[in-house]
Design a binder for this molecule. Structure first.
Ligand code: NAD
Length: 485
């Protein structure tokens, strides 16, 4: 009975969408609706409410990944030429650590929490009950194609949801590996995988799931949010944007160069939180560029194409887009590439202006434009005139500069005197703001993002304050004014 009404509900919603002219692929959407309905029913059955069940599933996920570690590492190499070290450090090992952290803390997070109660509710108690949303949809991007679907999945499992996972179609080997390891080990009514591109994703985002967790571009994020709005499905959007890196004149140049070059050229610059561009104090700009050249040599050698630690661009379309951003006359390092091999040399461009093509959109590749500033207020102003970035990095030893930037610029998250690594802490909520996204996850924040926090006030049946009940009186008004002021 319950299942039928759920299906009817889903069908009515689907009809609604047709009436409003939203294109729905009939076959796909029917299959998706049935999958969502089965998953919602599974969560309603209560299986996933048990903390023991969730812990068991997290352990199983870890074991399954361990058993398939070489398949995953191999797929990451084939799709993005990730070295075994990078594949482990930034994807597989990161996921193990995330699972271990959740296993360690889950019991504590999942407990209903007693919180304070205002005096006006004298004799009552207040509780917060975290509960699963139901069936959550996780859509992943191509750049960390394993980690960026597994990490949200860990949050979804921890919070007691079922999940539909849609890996990126641009990394087909990783997508197939994820599909194999999840399909072979989890029932579809609990964890399902849908592989495919726009069409498959379109059917999924128009379905009445209970939460959509999307990681990808701002452009597609808008499409996802619009589709979700039709069913009033809440969304978490982990998007991108142009993340600035400010370098003032007080820095240790060697250290700054090492940390910037690492964060920028990791995974060929295809990192959502990579420093997109540098804003360098003009006094130290030539010295910093010289140090970054040295650092590139130290990391990747004379010919980065031969380095095991230097990855590849995901596909021709991205390679061509990046090529179009290079202005030869401003290149001071790199600039060359090999389209056949998807190789794009680590490239630094100097004397870049805000009006240059490379500053129009998120670069998402191994091109580092260097802009200069002489007045910090102007540098801050130019950042604040643009969409709020996902990350911001500040290299400085000056406390006043640090306070000023932290107080005056809004951004998702970032580092002082480093790049990218804020992402690795389970204690820091990770997410964007404004055009770089909404919602956050990692560690406890993942659990909370995938949970509805249900608020309950438990009233005493022995004490009954009649103050709020009619008929009102001037005496009652006087009294309530004492409480509500
Ligand atoms: P993308 O937006 O092109 O694709 C992401 C997902 O959306 C893919 O699974 C794809 O199949 C799907 N998709 C693409 N077009 C669609 C459409 N029209 N309708 C429905 N679904 C569609 O992103 P990408 O190129 O894979 O990844 C790069 C972007 O992701 C960058 O902007 C980067 O900054 C961002 N990103 C953000 C984070 C973060 O945590 N904030 C992490 C990684 C990447």
């Amino acid at each position: 009975m319950e299942e039928n009404s759920e299906l009817l509900y889903s069908d009515q919603r689907s009809n609604l969408k047709k009436e409003r002219g939203i294109p729905v692929n009939e076959m796909d959407s029917k299959a998706v609706l049935s999958m969502v309905s089965k998953q919602q029913q599974y969560v309603r059955s209560g299986h996933t409410k048990s903390i023991e069940f969730r812990l068991e599933q997290l352990k199983r996920l870890k074991t399954v990944i361990q058993q398939n570690e070489s398949l995953i590492a191999d797929a990451l190499y084939k799709d993005l030429r990730k070295s075994p070290f990078e594949a482990y450090a930034t994807e597989i090992g990161y996921v193990y650590d995330s699972i271990s952290y959740c296993i360690k803390h889950l019991k504590q997070w999942a407990k209903p929490k007693r919180v304070a109660t205002p005096i006006i509710h004298f004799g009552s108690k207040s509780y917060i009950y975290p509960e699963p949303y139901g069936s959550v949809l996780i859509i992943g991007p191509f750049n960390y194609p394993f980690m960026l679907v597994m990490d949200p999945l860990i949050g979804a499992i921890s919070a007691g949801n079922s999940a539909i996972v849609k890996p990126s179609e641009y990394t087909p080997h990783v997508s197939a590996a994820i599909s194999k390891l999840l399909r072979d080990n989890f029932d579809e009514s609990y964890i399902a995988v849908v592989e495919g591109g726009k069409e498959a994703t379109s059917a999924l985002i128009h379905a009445p799931v209970d939460l959509i967790f999307f990681t990808g571009s701002t452009k597609v994020g808008k499409i996802v949010m619009q589709a979700a709005a039709e069913n009033l499905v809440p969304v978490v959007l982990e998007l991108g944007g142009k993340s600035p890196c400010i370098v003032d004149r007080t820095v240790d140049l060697d250290l700054a160069a090492q940390r910037i070059v690492w964060g920028k050229f990791l995974n060929n610059g295809q990192t959502c939180v990579a420093p997109d561009y540098l804003l360098v104090h003009k006094e130290i700009k030539p010295a910093l560029i010289a140090k970054m050249k040295e650092q590139l040599m130290a990391f990747y050698g004379e010919d980065p194409k031969l380095s095991e630690d230097y990855g590849r661009i995901v596909n021709e379309q991205q390679w061509d887009r990046l090529r179009g951003l290079v202005n030869e006359s401003k290149v001071v390092v790199g600039g060359e590439g090999d389209r056949e091999d998807m190789y794009f040399a680590p490239t630094i461009m100097n004397n870049v202006a805000w009006t240059d093509k490379v500053m129009e959109e998120e670069i998402f590749g191994p091109i580092l434009p260097v802009l200069e500033y002489s007045d910090l207020d102007e540098a801050i102003e130019s950042i604040n005139l643009r969409p709020k970035p996902l990350a911001l990095y500040l290299f400085t030893k000056n406390k006043v500069t640090e306070t000023k930037v932290m107080e005056q610029v809004s951004f998702g998250g970032g580092c002082i005197n480093d790049t990218v690594l804020h992402l690795v802490s389970p204690y820091l909520p990770f997410g964007g703001v404004g055009a770089s996204g909404m919602g956050a996850y990692h560690g406890r924040h993942s659990f909370e993002t995938f949970s509805h926090l249900k608020s309950v006030l438990k009233k005493s049946t022995k004490i009954n304050l009649s103050l709020i009940y009619p008929p009102s009186s001037s005496k009652k008004l006087k009294l309530i004014k004492k409480f509500l002021k």
